[in-house]
Design a protein around this ligand. Structure first.
Ligand SMILES: Nc1ncnc2c1ncn2[C@@H]1O[C@H](COP(=O)(O)OP(=O)(O)OP(=O)(O)O)[C@@H](O)[C@H]1O
Ligand SMILES: [Mg+2]
Length: 373
């Protein structure tokens, strides 16, 4: 299976410069997302899952700073090096090439605008020429031969520079354009299986249940058909039945759109059900990556082994991982897991273990499998 790589994060280092000291949040993270796959990103709280995904969108908040490494992103333009993109490229990349959904859907919806207005705005920002073209076509159909209005639109299409401002000025008064956008909004709401999408389009966020709000956020993320979707614990606050529906929806996205999805979660059960591959994070490092089936049946890194042992199973009991997650201010040398690891050797204290391919497509960073130099 050699699928195209859509996102490739290499040796990514991110620090947060806080009053308490420098938080070394990401310590050379390596992770890649391939076309049409769901990659699970798992790890305990504070291991760096969110910072990794925010980095891909260049949205690490201050006092955080990307200090090293590279991020490749397959985009609709020629520019692929995320760390070198200027502001306007970044703005068009977010939404068009890559979208993100979060844990608290309502926090990302504006309470004073309807669902239609919010999704419509995203669509207009990224797909304006397409909507204009459709609006012109439907105007022409209605009034054969073209009217002054249709001619105006055509002129705007020919001079794309003035398109944005002139369109926005006219947006409110131009029913045709609004009708085009509305059609698309209803279509995207339907695609995330929202019942009665015409009615929901006119609702305000407070009128939506938690599960429905998350679907609206997913619809908004899909409004521009991005190739990549990042989902950061999107089901944490939903009850189990709604959670199952959202997981099914994510599966559907992969099937229908061939989207590449980075799915962040604490829940190994969700990873087992949903993901094709998994990347395991510990204290700012990806310590193991590979096919989900292979890693669950034969985990290599002692942290992943311990994590799987800590899942409670009926009649089997479970073992918690001794010790606590290390502080990322002035973190320990060598392997950051070593003081919780029952296999730790001398070298683990001194040198960080390299992340190496131990079986085809199965990577881990651990001296148990050699790689001492
Ligand atoms: N704004 C910030 N200021 C200082 N440190 C931060 C900030 N944001 C993140 N960090 C630090 O970066 C590290 C990684 O955080 P991150 O939010 O990526 O963890 P996570 O794996 O997403 O955790 P969770 O499962 O709780 O969401 C943590 O040690 C955290 O303390
Ligand atoms: Mg997080």
């Amino acid at each position: 299976m050699s699928l195209k790589t859509i996102v490739e994060v290499k040796d990514l280092t991110v620090n947060f410069y806080t009053y308490a000291g420098v938080v070394e949040a990401l310590d050379g993270v390596n992770v890649s997302l391939r076309e049409g796959e769901i990659l699970g990103l798992v790890g305990e709280t504070g291991s760096g899952k969110s910072v990794t995904s925010l980095s891909v969108m260049m949205l690490v908040p201050p006092p955080g700073r990307i200090e090293g490494g590279s991020i490749y992103l397959e985009t609709s333009k020629d520019e692929n090096d995320v760390l070198l993109m200027d502001d306007s490229t970044l703005r068009s990349m977010r939404g068009k090439d890559i979208s993100m959904i979060f844990q608290e859907p309502r926090a990302y919806l504006n309470p004073v605008y309807t669902v239609e207005d919010q999704i419509g705005e995203v669509m207009l920002v990224h797909r304006r020429p397409e909507f204009l073209k459709n609006a012109v076509a439907s105007l022409e159909k209605k009034e054969k031969g073209g009217t002054i209005e249709a001619n105006n639109y055509r002129r705007m299409l020919r001079s794309p520079r003035s398109l944005g401002t002139r369109l926005l000025q006219r947006f409110g008064s131009k029913k045709n354009l609004k009708a085009e956008v509305r059609k698309e909004v209803v279509k995207v709401l339907k695609s995330v299986e929202i019942p009665d999408p015409e009615r929901v389009a006119g609702m305000y966020p407070h009128e939506l249940s938690g599960g429905m709000a998350q679907r609206v956020l997913i619809a908004m993320a899909l409004a521009c058909n991005p190739k990549v979707l990042i989902a950061d614990e999107p089901t944490t606050n939903l009850d189990v039945t709604v959670q199952a529906q959202i997981l099914n929806l994510v599966r559907l996205l992969k099937k229908n759109y061939n989207s590449s999805i980075l799915y962040i979660t604490h829940d190994l059960g969700v990873v087992a059900q949903l993901c094709d591959r998994v990347a395991v994070m510990y204290a700012g490092n990806v310590v193991e990556t590979g096919d989900v089936f292979e890693i669950f049946s034969g985990p290599l890194h002692p942290y992943m082994r311990a994590l799987l042992d800590s899942i409670p199973r009926p009649g089997k009991g479970f073992r918690s991982i001794p010790g606590i997650v290390p502080s990322l201010i002035d973190p320990i040398s060598g392997c950051r897991f070593r003081d919780r690891c029952s296999y730790a050797m001398e070298i683990c204290q001194k040198v960080k273990p390299p992340f190496v391919e131990l079986k085809k497509g199965h990577f881990a960073a651990c001296y148990l499998y050699g790689g001492s130099q």
